[in-house]
Design a protein around this ligand. Sequence first.
Ligand code: ADP
Length: 260
Amino acid sequence: LSWFINAYTLFASWKATVDRLTGFADALERARAEAQQIDGKREETEPADRLTLQDLALNLPNGSTLLAPTTLELKKGESVMISGPSGAGKSTFFRALAGIWPYWKGKVALPKGARLLFLPQKAYLPIGTLKHAASYPSKEEDKISDEEAREALRAVGLARFENDLAREENWAQILSGGEQQRLAFARAVLNKPDWLFLDEATASLPDDAQRELYELLRARLPQTTVVSIGHRESLAQFHTRRLEWKGSGESSHLAAAPAA
Ligand code: ADP
């Protein structure tokens, strides 16, 4: 009996570990099942000069409609701003294009071989060196020279960190919201994507900083197609085309709006 009494704490900790592991396994199983629910077809097609949405409909996990079937073509080289009410589904739209939202129907034809970079309002910053955080998600970080990374930091207004490239930190806790957004632009400069999707990427910055960063994109990445989600009127001037999210539920759609 004394064995059971002594082993009791061991049993309790074993039970807690088993509960955590079975909970984790269940969550993985649920995620796998959800990923298989995708009705939409996301594929790469040629010609590689456009991104086409055919009857793209977005849903929430409970089945309600975020965006009714929408057909749209974004051409390489144009810069498009998408605006609309908060909570309409704009970020979810980007998630579906990125392939990380399972509840959608229709067809997304991505330009074949093109490199797409998505920068959310709060970009993920890996714990590690500042150079790693600035070049993420590049798989060829070694090909980015320190000088190149330093120069990108200077260009986005983070000159005070230019000597910290090799410093390992949890940068998400050190940099302010605005500095993190500047770092996200450094990522764009270093990764040189063909298509760049910016989701409220300058929301924490004042208008003059927004201007500097968008002008930097235009100067450094002239071939990159920029698609921005934003609500500030001052953002419109950096785009050639504007789409406005209108309506909700079954009547929601992306309507052309006058450019700035
Ligand atoms: P926007 O970017 O237009 O402000 P979002 O795309 O972030 O809007 O969100 C659209 C709606 O979807 C919101 O009502 C939000 O609460 C809901 N939503 C977003 N992600 C999830 C999720 N994982 N599960 C359930 N609802 C979600």
